[in-house]
Structure formats: C-alpha cells, structure tokens
Design a protein around this ligand. Sequence first.
Ligand code: FAD
Length: 644
Amino acid sequence: MNRQITRRDFMNGAAMVIGAAMLPTAPAFGVANPGEPQNGPGYDPPVKTGLRGSHPGSFEIAHSLRDGTFWESAGKPVESGETFDLVIVGGGISGLAAAYFFREKTGKSARILILENHDDFGGHAKRNEFHLGGRRQLLNGGTLLIDSPTPYSPVADGLLKKLGIDPPQFEARYTDHKLYRSLGLDSAVFFDKETFGEDRLVVGAPGRGWDDEEPESQAGRALTWTNFMNKTPLSPEVRRDIVRIQQAKVDYMPGLSSAEKKARLSKISYRDFLLKVVKADPGVIPFYQRRTEGEWGVGIDAEPALDCWALGFPGFQGMGLEPGAAPHMSYSAAGYATGGSYRFHFPDGNASIARLLVRALIPEAVPGHTAEDVVTAQVDYSRLDREDASLRLRLNSTVVGARNVGTPSAAQEVEVLYATGKQLCKVRAKGCVLACWNMMIPYLCPELPQAQKQALHYLVKVPLVYTSVGIRNWTSFQKLGIQRVSSPGSYWSEVSLNAAVNMGEYRSPTSPEEPILLHLSRAPCQPGLAAREQHKIGRYELLTTTFETFERKIRDQLARTLSSGGFDPARDIEAITVNRWPHGYGYEYNPLFDPDWPEDKRPNVIGRKPFGRITIANTDSAATAYTDTAIDQAYRAVNELLPG
Ligand SMILES: Cc1cc2nc3c(=O)[nH]c(=O)nc-3n(C[C@H](O)[C@H](O)[C@H](O)COP(=O)(O)OP(=O)(O)OC[C@H]3O[C@@H](n4cnc5c(N)ncnc54)[C@H](O)[C@@H]3O)c2cc1C
C-alpha cells in the first residue's frame, strides 16, 4: 500500500480554482474561436484519465458567477457578430435532442449553436475509453443505461428509433448475460472492520445477481439466508433479525387495508420501518443503510419505506400490499412499481446516444452509419464547430448570461454571453433553450420572476461518483468466484466487473487473464438530514476530495477485498478515471421531506416556464433523472419556442 502512486493527477478540483480572475479583458480571437481547444490535434476527452466528470476547468466560471465575483473581472464581451436561429445551453442528451427536434421542425439550414462547459459533449452521458493491453475498453463515466421507471414516451422512443436504437433487440443480441455465470462468478458482500469489526468477504449473497436476467446468483440460490448470515461477522441477534426481515411473512400493520398501509409506509423511512415497525435489532442497519444510494443518492434513513417496497426490498412479504403504484410514492419507485421501461446498456452507457445524436446533427464529426458502429467510431472534435456549418457544438464554453432583447413578452431576440476561460463572447439568436442545470439558471437570467428563481433553486441535484479502474487481469475475481461486491460499510459501496456487451466491432474481455475495467460507485451523503441537505453536503465532499484521496480509497478497498485472490493494487491497477458528478441525478420529490404539491405548484413546473424567447429543458424540469425525460423536456422546450 505504501508503494508510490505514479498516476496521481495533481489537477484536483480544490487546487484548480481559476475563476473569473483569469479571464483576460482583451479580445483574443475573432469570429468562431479558431484557437478553441477542441480543434487542436489529438483532442479526445474520453481517453483522459484522472479527475473527470465535472473535471477541473469545467465549473470554476459557474461557481464564480454564483459567488458574485465573476463580473468584477470579466471585462467587456467580444461581439462575435455571430447570429443563430437557436442557441442551446448544455450539450447533454437534452441539449442535443433539442437541436435535433429544432432542426426537424425548421429544416437543416437552421443555424444552431450548442454551448457546453465541459471538454466533451454528452453531459452525464459520458464515455470512458481505455486502451489496455493494446485493446479498446469502454465504460460509462455517468449515465449507464436506457432504463426508466416508466415506458419511453412516443417522443423519446421515436428519437431512439430515428437514431437506429432498438433496445429490446439490442439487449437480446449484444448483452452477454452468461459470461460471468459460466465462469462460476457470483455476487458477494465485503464486511469491513471499521463497520463490522473485521474484514471479511462472503461470497454467494442470496438475492439478485448483477443483472436482472439472472435474478439470483449461482451460489446464492444454493445458499439460504441462514447459511449466508452464519458466514458473516455479524452478531447472532443481528443475523437472526436479518433472516427474519428477509424471510418472515408477517403483517406488521394488521387491520389496515393495502391503501392505508401504503399511505403509512410513504411517511416513514425504511430505516424507521425496520427499527420501529419490524422492531429489528439496530445492528441490522449498517447491513441495509446504503442499499438505496445507487437509486436516490441517500441511504435508507431518507427514503420512504414504500419506495423501498416498490424496488423489491425485504420486510414486506407478509403485508399483503397490492401491486402497483400508490399516491405519495417518489417518481422512480412509482414507475418501477408498475413495470418500468425496456433496458439496454451500450458498452459506454448512454454516451452512445449522445454520439448518435451528434452524428445525426454533424455527420462528418462521427463517422459511420449504424448504432452498432458508433461504439468504436472515432469522433473528430475539430469538426464540431466549423464556421461554414449551420450546426455548431462549442465545448469548454460556460454560458454566463441569457437575456431577452427588449421586454420578454415582445422580444424577438436573445443575447447569450459565454466565457471560454480566455474571453467573454456575445452571440445573438432568435431563441434560446436552456438545457442546463436548473440551479444555474437564476444566475444566467437574473431578470426572471423571483418565484421562478426560487423554484429553480429548489431542486438540488444528487452528487455521485462513478470510477472506472483498468486492471491487468481479473484472475483474483476468478479465484474468489466473484464478479460484483457490495460493500455496505466501505468508501465505495459497490465494485463490479464491467458488464459484458459485444456490439459492432467492440468485444468485451472473456478471459480472466485479459485486462478489464472495474466500476466503483459512491453516493456521498450525510445520513440523518433531509435529502436535499445531504446532497449539498455530499457535493461539497466531492469537490474537495483530491484525486490522490480517491486513488488511496480505491487501492485500499480493492486490496482488502481481493488480496486473498492474489490482487496487488500497485501491480494490477493500470489506469483510473474518477467521474465526479457533484451535480448528478436530477432531484425527485421525496414524500418524507417535500410537500404534496398540486402539479402546477411544483417547483419544476414553476421553474420551467418560458421566459420570452428563452425556454427550459433538462431532466431537472421534470424533477426526474432519466434519459427519456431529458428528451421529452427538450421536445417541450423546442415546441414552446416554435408553437404550431
Ligand atoms: C452518475 C449518473 C448515472 C446516471 N445513470 C442513468 C441511467 O442509467 N439511466 C438514465 O436514464 N439516466 C441516468 N442518469 C441521469 C442523467 O442525468 C440523464 O439520463 C440525462 O443524461 C440527463 O441529460 P440532460 O441533458 O438533461 O442533463 P446533463 O447530462 O446534466 O447535461 C446538461 C449539460 O449542461 C451543461 N451546463 C450546465 N450549465 C451550463 C452553462 N452555464 N453553460 C454551458 N453548459 C452548461 C452541463 O455541464 C451538462 O453537460 C445518470 C446520471 C448520473 C450523474
């Protein structure tokens, strides 16, 4: 563990506060930023390692705008003279879909500019690309898969079809659900000594395997909960109560109807349900605490028991709850309780959707013709922002202002100001779609009505970190018989081998002797507080954690989990990409903390109201965190600009 870390990335977020102070006031370039980084040779953000996601350089301008320091030193904007039919703020799925829909309605000659503050397009739908042992390996840096609590709408499904994506067919053809099972690999739980008194890996956890097609792991099927518990370092009382929670068919609310039970369960946390209703030993909590983090970014202290029931958590099997959604369930739980959407996972997650959208908008930037060949296509970033093109995608550009020219009701034009880190530029357009994060919008449009600004601030995004780790081989996983480890007390709550998907020319590793990518995840939060407070504290944690600390946590946890299989972090880790998302999932209303507003009083509905020639897209405006809603909201925002 003490051997030197050689891949350390010194450009961590805390050290890299460039901010507005570094913006020169003099105009450096003329029209169209010929010096923009994306036009440089070898520009290829997906292959970058170190701190990615909201990477250093992407957020400092926005933060100085928030802190009120930006305009002090911003200088005079360069009047680029560029005019567009539409400027879109944000190059995520919602912004790219907005460009697609706008062009569909107005024709290919429509002049559109997309401005994105990161060095890559896609927003959360980001690609991590590694070349290990001479072979390309892909993983999602953020948005994982096509999957939603509700079926994709005709608009969202229609867009996927136009891009050549057929999720059910792709799932059947390209996802290899059998590989890890054929090698005898199972799910496991790692109990850490800080939380459970000793480090112990228990293989073959009963319950779901790594994908839903294989509902139970191989050993998990053979293992009863009692046998599994007997292998853990938990006390006899705690083991007994976990078995009871998992298996006992008890109605803890006798005499109440299913609807009455659901109403009560929506108002208590799963933690309180276990402690106060099931009356379990408090020692069960560390075993369950983090189970909800992947879905909602907070633990079971801040998630309603009813939502946990909808996601298949134990304890409810004897309660006679009728299937289906109930009032007061959170968005995702309510949807999943009625079946959810189809599912498919590209090798780089939904980054492939972003790449297909860019191909549809700027074909020369993304060679190829099919959803299969986009997986290995090499994007030519220098083609994204060409002076002669009608559609332009400008990276590394943070929008700092969007203003209707004239009164909002009479405006025919919008002025948009953006900063590139080198200069402040002004462009004009007939309309503007803000497909960026809601909480940023009041700073871009200070003239918005106060109630709308307040509503936009309400939705606090959920912080998350997804880390991709390239390792020399996975023989340690084979020796231990594991492919996915949940670690209820550790820094990373989950470690798994990359899912095997073979698509186009892309092939996932099949032999444990080959290099592979691991996916590690963490949702920083502060149990005991309201969900939105936990998200704010988690965001601060993410922004102040250095790459060196992330790397230490990776090495420590992998060593403790895998060393009995022969894993040596200093020898076996080849590359690390930490995808830090301080502003991750869009916030979903939580019945424990949020009022039960009527539809028209919800902050997302008030917040997304059009303002003159400015309209608002992004998942925040639906108070959800899914790709289909990013697309649906783009469609709405475009139609508000182009009615009829
Ligand atoms: C780790 C993670 C995993 C996820 N997994 C899934 C999943 O499996 N399935 C799923 O459906 N959804 C998932 N999501 C949800 C995801 O947010 C949506 O699916 C979707 O990608 C959101 O798209 P968007 O365009 O609305 O927002 P974003 O992807 O956030 O895009 C908005 C873009 O606007 C940019 N921006 C913000 N302010 C400015 C500014 N002032 N100037 C310029 N640009 C700006 C942002 O930097 C960002 O790039 C996940 C999210 C995260 C964080």
